[in-house]
Ligand binder design. Structure first.
Ligand SMILES: Cc1ncc(COP(=O)(O)O)c(C=O)c1O
Length: 394
């Protein structure tokens, strides 16, 4: 049996009539850019998040730097984030002209560790960008306290966690803005590129709307701006899919629970940690090998046995070639947890349309590999999930 990592075509087949209807509506409208379908999707996206505004943009990277620019953050400023995320989080910070400052993540959540943030704050610090990595929220309550204490802006990189929530908080409610990516592989993804921003701040909304459209909100009148629009065909696809996102996330959670139950007695890796009261939406289901050299061995074994396993992200940003790219980035304190996460991460197939026999095949193959190495496994947690007493891991 072959189990693929993504299920894009299955998803399309399941809701083909709804997607096709929206695409037909757009094609027949004669309005393809900044048209009525974009407006409809933006209204639906804001309602979904319970925010006052939602803005469609070209992709999830643009979404971050457009918000930074709207907040007046740029050259000479510093923005704190963590390095075990997709490269774009940091890339967006230096596209805005600011410096990305990396602090370590928590060993359990893999999100930014609130306890590490204050040591990185300088007079140049203007914002914090927590990433809701793999589909689980960062500890926004603790992070917001720090942001408020130091007068910093807060931008959630929510590319991986649409539909997730924390214990007592919703994404987009404790920050200045939350950004997302709608690239196909995300929990809510279109057949191509696009991104979005949700915010309760009317100034961010107005500024981003102008910036994304050549600095214009009135025909023939322009100020500083760019072209980063979400076109109506993609908005139509996303509008059709948004109606299913909660059910799809429920499915992801069901498959994650089945993986965790099936693999709980394995000795060679640690399972993902779901914080109590949080709704993790498992954009990725990531196990962490107890020895770094096992990461690629496990992936190779699975791929050879028909299971399309991958790594996210096997090189942390501060370990990429050329770091720190002039003054684009710097780090504060050891980044031990982020490095261990990169060294040990293995992502198992995860998409809502997986079938039970496929999930069980993945479990069987992972257990087969575990049985070969279990005798060599160190006792206790591996390096990526070592015990920690940080605020959100307690
Ligand atoms: C955490 C994170 N931030 C930002 C992005 C950038 O989004 P995009 O590829 O749509 O520019 C992605 C995904 O691609 C991501 O996973």
């Amino acid at each position: 049996m072959n189990v693929s990592f993504y299920g894009h075509v299955r998803q399309y087949e399941n809701i083909k009539s709804e997607i096709d209807a929206n695409m037909h509506e757009v094609l027949m409208s004669g309005s393809y850019v900044m048209g009525p379908m974009l407006k409809r999707f933006e209204t639906e996206l804001a309602a979904y998040h319970g925010t006052k505004h939602a803005i469609g943009v070209g992709n999830g990277t643009d979404a971050i730097w457009l918000v930074l620019m709207a907040l007046g953050i740029g050259p000479g400023d510093e923005v704190i984030t963590h390095p075990n995320t997709f490269f774009a989080t940091a890339e967006a910070i230096w596209i805005a002209g600011a410096t990305a400052v990396f602090v370590d993540c928590c060993p359990k959540t893999k999100c930014i560790c609130p306890d590490k943030i204050e040591a990185a704050i300088t007079p140049k610090t203007k914002a914090i960008v927590p990433v809701h990595l793999y589909g689980q929220c960062a500890d926004m309550v603790a992070i917001k306290k720090i942001a408020d204490k130091h007068g910093l802006k807060l931008i959630e990189d929510n590319a991986q966690a649409i539909g997730a929530s924390g214990s007592g908080f919703k994404i987009g409610q404790l920050s200045d803005a939350a950004t997302t990516s709608f690239i196909i592989q995300k929990n809510l993804g279109t057949f191509g590129d696009s991104g979005g921003i949700v915010t309760n701040n009317p100034e961010i909304d107005a500024k981003v709307r102008k910036l994304r459209n050549h600095g214009s909100n009135q025909r023939n009148v322009h100020s500083y701006g760019f072209n980063s629009r979400l076109d109506d065909l993609h908005a139509g696809i996303l509008s059709a899919k948004l109606k299913h996102i909660d059910a799809w996330n429920d499915n992801r959670r069901k498959w994650a629970a089945r993986y965790s139950a099936g693999l709980k007695d394995c000795k060679t890796f640690d399972l993902p940690v779901e914080l109590p009261g949080y709704r993790h939406v498992y954009h990725l289901y990531v196990i962490e090998t107890k020895k770094p050299e096992w990461r690629d061995q496990l992936v190779d074994f699975l791929v050879k046995n028909g299971v399309d396993a991958k790594t996210h992200y096997s090189i942390a940003i501060h370990q990429q070639p050329g770091y720190p790219w002039g003054k684009s980035a710097r780090s504060v304190g050891p980044l031990t947890n982020a490095e261990a996460n990169a060294a040990c991460c293995v992502s198992l197939p995860m998409f809502p349309e997986l079938r039970q026999d496929e999930v069980d095949h993945v479990i069987a193959k992972v257990k087969e590999w575990d049985a070969m190495f279990a005798a060599q496994a160190p006792a206790g947690k591996g390096p990526a999930q070592r015990e920690s007493a940080c605020t959100c891991c307690k």
